[in-house]
Ligand binder design. Structure first.
Ligand code: UDP
Ligand code: MG
Length: 327
């Protein structure tokens, strides 16, 4: 069945699917997602897959899907640019009146999409899908994620909604606003929050991956968290000034204490241990400070090159037609 219609007045939903080595899950993906899209009342749809430099047969599978359905387009990036860049590519490619980024692994149930659309029809520009139950994630991942959100929201100007991933619905206005943000290091969760707009929340339960493995190791997640903090807060840079003041004040007080003690008791044996401890402590603190400055300088350096966020090496699927919902 290949029900497709030319673009017309009916609102169009673009589902953006970044894929990196997702060959195991793609057939199941189409089986689960298509019926949901086809049932969307009064809504047309298109699927934009972004192949993020997969090393397996993902691209071939995607090309096959695009041949079969003329509302499917595939953007093939020239290498693996990471999920944030792949999503950006998909959002740039999307033509929809509403755009929904959606993971290929079916951790987010497609059945939530109609709920997002319903909220959008009520007049919201952003509809965030929030996970109420993350029991499908490991304890460590949940704990570290929750710590990250607390830390991030305390020190940043923007608030990231906790337990919300990239799965959400955005109206065309929001997408246009996103595209005006020119930074090349794209921490999407932060950018989504930064643009604001009238926002609603829909809750759902996150599942385990339908097939395949997660692409985010602990180290990748740590760097992702650093990216988030440094993209939206300068507090880690500024805190050193205050630390310097506190240390200088402590040093002065100690000097005064020693002066008075020497005046009263004379000059006792100098404290070798305390000198070494203070020296090492301050040396360590200074190195941490320089390290933090380095994190930011590295990011300024990369940003200053103004390289594109991603490169497309090929596009597949004509995408001149949309799928018709409501049947
Ligand atoms: N992904 C991507 N590029 C990458 C890593 C991941 O496009 O470099 C895609 C991946 O194919 C999936 C989505 O991003 O559709 C989420 O990845 P994953 O499920 O591995 O992340 P997790 O759910 O474990 O956070
Ligand atoms: Mg996943």
């Amino acid at each position: 069945m290949n029900q497709s219609v030319p673009f017309n007045g009916t609102p169009l939903l673009s589902l953006i699917v970044p894929c990196y080595n997702e060959q195991e899950v793609l057939p199941e993906f189409m089986r689960r997602v298509l019926p949901v899209l086809q049932a969307l009342p009064g809504m047309n749809y298109e699927l934009v897959f972004v192949n993020d430099g997969s090393r397996d047969d993902t691209l071939d599978l995607l090309i096959g899907i695009a041949r079969e359905h003329d509302y499917v387009r595939v953007v093939d990036l020239s290498r693996n640019f990471g999920k944030e860049a792949a999503m950006t590519a998909g959002i740039d490619e999307a033509r929809g009146d509403v755009v929904v980024p959606f993971d290929a692994d079916l951790q987010d149930p497609p059945e939530v999409i109609p709920k997002l659309v319903a909220k959008w029809r009520e007049g919201f520009d952003v509809v965030i899908a929030r996970r109420v139950d993350r029991s499908s994630d490991t304890y460590l991942k949940r704990k570290s994620a929750s710590l990250f959100y607390k830390f991030h929201n305390t020190i940043s100007d923007i608030d990231l909604p906790e337990n919300a991933g990239d799965f959400r619905l955005m109206s065309r206005d929001v997408v246009n606003a996103l595209q005006r943000l020119t930074e090349s290091r794209r921490f999407m969760k932060g950018l989504f929050a930064w643009v604001g707009f009238k926002t609603a929340i829909v809750e759902y339960t996150r599942q385990s991956r339908a097939a395949g493995k997660t692409k985010f190791s602990g180290w990748r997640l740590w760097n992702f968290a650093l990216e988030g903090v440094t993209s939206f807060s300068t507090l880690p840079l500024r805190v050193w000034t205050y630390f310097g003041f506190v240390t200088a004040f402590a040093a002065l007080s100690y000097a005064a204490f020693m002066l008075i003690r020497t005046l009263i008791f004379g000059n006792p044996v100098p404290g070798y241990a305390s000198i070494v401890t203070i020296l090492l402590f301050l040396g360590g603190v200074q190195l941490i400070g320089i390290g933090v400055v380095g994190e930011y300088i590295g990011r300024i350096y990369i940003e200053s090159k103004q390289r594109p966020v991603y490169l497309v090496q090929a596009r597949y699927g004509i995408g001149e037609r949309a799928g018709r919902g409501g049947h």
